[in-house]
Design a protein around this ligand. Sequence first.
Ligand SMILES: [Zn+2]
Length: 127
Amino acid sequence: MKEQELLAEIQKLREDYLAAYETMTVKEIQSHNSAIEDLQSQLSDLLSEDAINCPNCGAKPYGILKTPVIEVGGAIEKLPIYEVGCIVCPPFEKDGFRISYGSRGNTPEKAVENWNKGLLISVPTPK
Ligand SMILES: [Zn+2]
């Protein structure tokens, strides 16, 4: 499945859950949750395709869509921001910056490219 199809499927499962959770059995809820987790894992794999393993610990990176595109009356409200990064390594501080083991881009390919180049997310540490 492609990104938009996966996002639509996840959204649909969440809506189904909200509409029916009061009458669902524990088993049904568990099966529902694992279906969502499976789709999210497929989405993560898709968004981090071709990304190298974490340069620090060697873990397989995740890929996520940080800011979903919201269309209101045909107008796009927000640009998407994709992030590829390591779920294992904690952020660290260096030269007044807080650096996270992750990279961003406006497309999945750009986020992967930045990650593969080692362009990590860094924000100034608040004083
Ligand atoms: Zn790592």
